[in-house]
Design a protein around this ligand. Structure first.
Ligand code: NAD
Length: 355
């Protein structure tokens, strides 16, 4: 019998609890400890019969874990993850990689220097729906991307914003918290983005961060995309509310918030419907959707399974620190575009040649 791998969860908040529940369902690994100074975390740890430690230093000293999931607020990502990597512990770090480009670059340097696995938690990339869409797009199923539209109407309750970081520029706001996932997917499917334009608004919630934004993108390889996001707009048109990734937290509505239209066919997600004309493209001919085959699986489980492979065997993380930092650069460009009203060219040169 292979020995079960102990994973610590740092930060037992909303997503930390998802990781804790996911770990409990999986074979070959177990929750080794919770690290979180709050009383609620202590109570949770007691109910699960695992140690609750106040900080990273205690975890490192304890030797309880072979890897750690970091699910703390954004501004702690870099110091917490750096300390773990320097202690030789592989890290699955929640997105966004950090609260700033500077912090992300420091973390990349620590990852390079230590050589310890660092996987960034863009969990959707582990979803079989995304993997099937990626394979189809790369195989030319839709031809060249011409246009894409992504919507994210995520009406969050007021209680969500009680955590101050969710209202704070550089840490909260739907661009950094939610749109980062959409940007990550678009880059994954269609390659790097050359230029962005954006308008953002604080009209609904009056926080220091935006509550709503409309973004336009031009891809390096050609094609345009629009994205509309709001944490105050009611509607089911969001990946989180349609893909069924986290049924304990979100309902799964039968809508398609991702629409990609290519030179040959269209593709919608998460239903994986390929809209292909019988002959040459002709807007007068009815299109029949064909569902691409997929075997559904929980992306959080698949992500943890990949993390365990990295702990055991090393290898290349499916979402590297550099890749996730490119998403952060995109978000900075979007914010600058919204502030200035100007088009912003995306500069990935801080990532060096490996991006
Ligand atoms: N992948 C996803 O779908 C997804 C979803 C939600 C959140 N996230 C990300 O996960 C992170 C956490 O978000 P959340 O909504 O769960 O936050 P949260 O506020 O609900 O929970 C954060 C927890 O971290 C604890 N904490 C803070 N500093 C700590 C430290 N130094 N050491 C140990 N514990 C500490 C807090 O006490 C709290 O319990 C954010 O970076 C967020 O962007 C990812």
């Amino acid at each position: 019998m292979p020995v079960s791998i102990g994973i610590a969860v740092i930060g037992a908040g909303a997503i930390g609890r998802t990781h804790i529940e996911t770990l409990a369902r999986m074979q070959g690994l177990h929750l080794a400890a919770i690290v979180d100074p709050m009383p609620a975390a202590q109570a949770l740890a007691e109910s699960l019969n695992v140690p609750c430690l106040p900080d990273i230093a205690s975890l490192i000293d304890s030797g309880l874990a072979r890897g750690a999931v970091v699910a703390t607020p954004n501004e702690t990502h870099e110091p917490v993850s750096s300390a773990l990597l320097r202690a030789g512990l592989p890290v699955l770090l929640e997105k966004p990689i950090a609260e700033s480009l500077e912090a992300a670059l420091r973390l990349i340097a620590v990852g390079d220097e230590t050589g310890i696995p660092l996987l960034i938690g863009h969990h959707r990339r582990h979803n079989p729906i995304i993997r099937a869409a990626h394979d189809a797009i790369k195989a030319g199923a839709i031809g060249d991307l011409v246009m894409a539209t992504v919507t994210c109407s995520l009406a969050k309750p007021d209680s969500y914003f009680e955590a101050a970081w969710r209202r704070t520029p550089g840490a909260g706001g739907p661009l950094l918290i939610n749109l980062v996932h959409e940007i990550d997917l678009l880059r994954h499917f269609f390659g790097e983005i050359a230029v962005v334009q954006a308008i953002s608004s604080r009209d609904r919630r009056s926080f220091a961060v935006e509550d709503t934004a409309a973004v336009c993108l031009r891809f390096v390889g050609g094609g345009l995309a629009t994205l509309c996001i709001s944490d105050a707009a009611v509607g089911p048109w969001a990946w989180d509310l349609s893909a069924g990734e986290n049924p304990a937290r979100f309902p799964a509505h039968l809508v398609t918030p991702h629409l990609y239209a290519g030179s040959r066919a269209g593709l919608s997600l998460p239903d994986l419907a390929l809209w292909q004309p019988p002959g040459n493209p002709d807007w007068t001919v009815e299109l029949q959707p064909q569902r691409l085959p997929v075997t559904l699986a929980d992306p959080y489980e698949a992500q943890l399974a990949h993390f365990v492979d990295l702990i055991r065997d090393g290898g290349t993380p499916r979402v590297s620190a550099r890749d996730a930092t490119a998403n952060l650069i995109l978000l900075d460009a979007i914010r600058l575009a919204a502030e200035t009203g100007q088009q912003v060219a995306v500069d990935l040169s801080p990532l060096g040649t490996e991006s």
